[in-house]
Design a protein around this ligand. Structure first.
Ligand code: PLP
Length: 392
């Protein structure tokens, strides 16, 4: 078998490996608590499920337009107006099979040998994986704990060279739960005026998951970069719809024909009934989203409190998403060692910080998309492990 060389450059998302291993341990009789995978533990709200079922009953079994059904694209444009206060044309919206595909297509469109793409590190692992696969050089933008896992706009701007094609931003962020303040984003947008050939991919998949009264600041707030801004969002995290595979991208007009051709080549269109469910999600009652957010908030405060009581562990308060990115440097373990000890010995599935890039060494990501009871049980076990490691 002779595979193409670029296959060896493709990485993966360790969360799926941990999920598989947790499943094996659980099948073997271990009581495993999963704080590994990043998906809401709530069911999809019923009005959305019913809309999907109704669409199938109404005969929506066939292909749709490759960019998505018009009513859904209109609903997304209205949603952007409601939550981001910007008018966009439904013609700029591309409906995708999940949030991920917008990122892969954007990277594919700009990445090639000789090109450079900036991405957050630690960050969602698929950014670096797809950049390498495209042949481009990944240039990490370090997100440091001392900056609340945000970035310094001047430092990001200093990484731009004449080879830079794309910058990937993610706020609120996976794996850190950090957000980038509006002032820093404004500084970056302003600095980007000097680099007119650099496009921006803003991954805003956690846009509705912010805490303590903070509101999400979209990159769409900055008109000076709007003609080269791609925004990624979707239904997975906000509406507990990870398995429906439904996402959207907002693309600059000049890229629409290109992304359309990628859609036709890769997936033709998104599952029709999921698209009808997506309309119900955006136009229906939003109280389930508020209730989920409230539950995440309680869990956030609990996990933050518990982690900070453990020897050798500290954790800053996450401001968005549903992840706590705990510093475990004081335990003397590497991230991978700690991930393995927690899973194999204690039955607590988590993800090593290094799964999100080299700058994640010394950290463990805990997803708190799990019940208060399970979080407490997982924290009891993590606490016992750290005390054991520290000889306490
Ligand atoms: N972007 C980030 C930052 C994520 O954390 C995830 C999922 O974990 C995605 C995109 C992908 O979302 P989807 O499941 O809709 O493809």
């Amino acid at each position: 078998m002779i595979l193409s060389a670029k296959m060896s450059k493709l990485g993966t998302e360790t969360a799926f490996d941990v999920l598989a291993r947790a499943g094996q341990l659980s099948d073997a009789g271990m009581d495993v608590i999963n704080l590994g995978i990043g998906q809401p533990d709530f069911p999809t709200p019923d009005n959305i499920v019913q809309a999907g079922i109704q669409a199938l009953k109404d005969g929506h079994h066939g292909y749709t337009a490759s960019n998505g059904i018009p009513a859904l694209r209109e609903a997304v444009a209205a949603d952007i107006h409601k939550y981001r206060n910007v008018e966009v044309s439904p013609l700029q919206i591309m409906i995708m099979p999940g949030g991920k595909v917008t990122m892969s297509f954007a990277i594919e469109m700009f990445g090639e040998q000789g090109a450079e793409i900036l991405y957050p590190n630690p960050g969602f692992p698929i950014y670096e994986s797809m950049i390498r696969y495209s042949g481009a050089t990944p240039v990490p933008m370090a997100l440091l704990e001392e900056n609340g896992f945000s970035f310094d706009a001047d430092q990001v701007l200093s990484l731009i060279t004449d080879k830079t094609r794309l910058i990937i931003l993610n706020t609120p962020a996976n794996p850190t739960g950090g957000i980038v303040e509006k002032a820093e984003l404004a500084k970056l947008a302003n600095g980007l005026k000097d680099h007119p050939n650099v496009y921006i991919l803003s991954d805003e998949i956690y846009s509705r998951l912010t805490y303590d009264g903070l509101t999400h600041c979209s990159l769409l707030s900055f008109p000076e970069i709007r003609d080269r801004l791609i925004v990624l969002d979707g239904w997975s995290k906000t509406y507990a719809m990870t398995g429906w595979r439904l996402g959207w991208g907002l693309w600059p007009e000049q890229l629409i024909p290109h992304v359309n051709r990628l859609c036709v080549n890769y997936h033709s269109c998104v599952n029709a009934s999921a698209q009808y469910a997506g309309i119900a999600a955006l136009t229906g009652d939003q109280s389930p989203v508020d209730e989920m957010l409230q539950a995440f908030n309680e869990r956030r405060l609990l996990i933050h409190d518990r982690l900070n009581q453990m020897p050798g562990v500290s954790c800053i308060l996450p401001k968005g998403a549903f992840y706590a990115f705990a510093n475990i440097k004081g335990t003397g373990q590497t991230s991978k060692q700690m991930q393995d000890l927690l899973l194999e010995k204690e039955g607590v599935a988590t993800i090593a910080g290094t799964s999100f890039g080299a700058d994640g060494e010394g950290y463990i990501r805990f997803s708190y998309a799990n019940s208060l009871d399970n979080i407490n049980r997982a924290m009891d076990r993590t606490d016992a492990l750290t005390r054991n490691l520290m000889g306490q």
